[in-house]
Design a binder for this molecule. Structure first.
Ligand code: ADP
Ligand code: MG
Length: 238
């Protein structure tokens, strides 16, 4: 049941309307999202906060098209995930969305350059020279120009997350989704990573939406979304 007027907000990268999502856990049904509504504008730098189990990861996975909602509308850049075939969905994900994870998720056998290059390899129209230029620009942006030939296990946690951020941005996505990107980092490094994401947000106008436990970061974002029990309880502009 969706009406035309809830979709198509031209300056919104994200439009979420009445989204429900539950998981079956043995005999019990866990209601992870219970009628969530949210709009995010192009270029916003938004933090999602809430206690463990409040539904942050579920929300971010649905936004990124990694998982599907039981009901409701999720549009990224005017396109609803639900209306797409599996092929179209992964194509849209590759084109529009970059992901950063808590545990970095780098390929241990590949060096930094090759890790960042990975999302570009599926774009068949890019030459090796263009890929090299794009990867080098991103490594420069995240301050890892001199680490291109290192393997991830030679890097610190903060450096690994920089690699992951470069990889998320290398295909010029409209939206970067980061699920607790600083949860495994100390507070000084956390601060640096958030500042880096903020710089890239401002430089490229890429929209960022990330979850965090860390209230100290709240002064560094321009919007805070608070979740509780699968709903949005507050959405304040900082
Ligand atoms: P958060 O990221 O805020 O900690 P989650 O989105 O991971 O919250 O979880 C929301 C609720 O959904 C929790 O009760 C969690 O246990 C449940 N949940 C999340 N993923 C699954 C899953 N794959 N199977 C069963 N329950 C899940
Ligand atoms: Mg989570």
């Amino acid at each position: 049941m969706r009406s035309q007027d809830v979709s198509s907000f031209p300056d919104h990268i994200l439009n979420i309307s009445e989204v429900f999502k539950s998981y079956q856990l043995g005999e019990t049904k866990v209601h992870a999202l219970r009628g969530l509504n949210l709009q995010v504008k192009v270029g916003e730098f938004t933090a999602v906060v809430g206690t463990s189990g409040s539904g942050k990861s579920t929300l971010l996975n649905l936004i990124g098209g990694i998982d599907t909602a039981d009901s409701g509308l999720i549009e990224v850049s005017g396109q609803s995930w639900a209306s797409l075939s599996d092929n179209k969905r992964s194509e849209m994900r590759n084109r529009l969305v970059g992901f950063v994870f808590q545990s970095f998720n780098l390929m241990p056998t590949l060096d930094v350059f090759k890790n960042v290059e990975l999302p570009l390899l599926i774009q068949k129209d890019l030459t090796a020279a263009v890929r090299k230029e794009r990867v080098e620009r991103l490594l420069e942006d995240v301050g890892l120009k001199d680490f291109a030939r290192q393997r991830p296990d030679k890097l610190s946690g903060g450096q690994r997350q920089r690699v992951a951020i470069a990889r998320a941005l290398v295909s010029n996505p409209l939206l970067v989704i980061a699920d607790e990107p600083t949860a495994n980092l100390d507070s000084e490094t956390t601060f640096q990573i958030i500042e880096l994401m903020r710089d890239l947000n401002q430089k490229n106008k890429t929209t960022f939406i990330f979850s965090t436990h860390d209230e100290k970061l709240m002064t560094h974002v321009n919007r805070i979304i608070r979740m509780k029990d699968g709903k949005l309880i507050e959405s304040a502009m900082a």
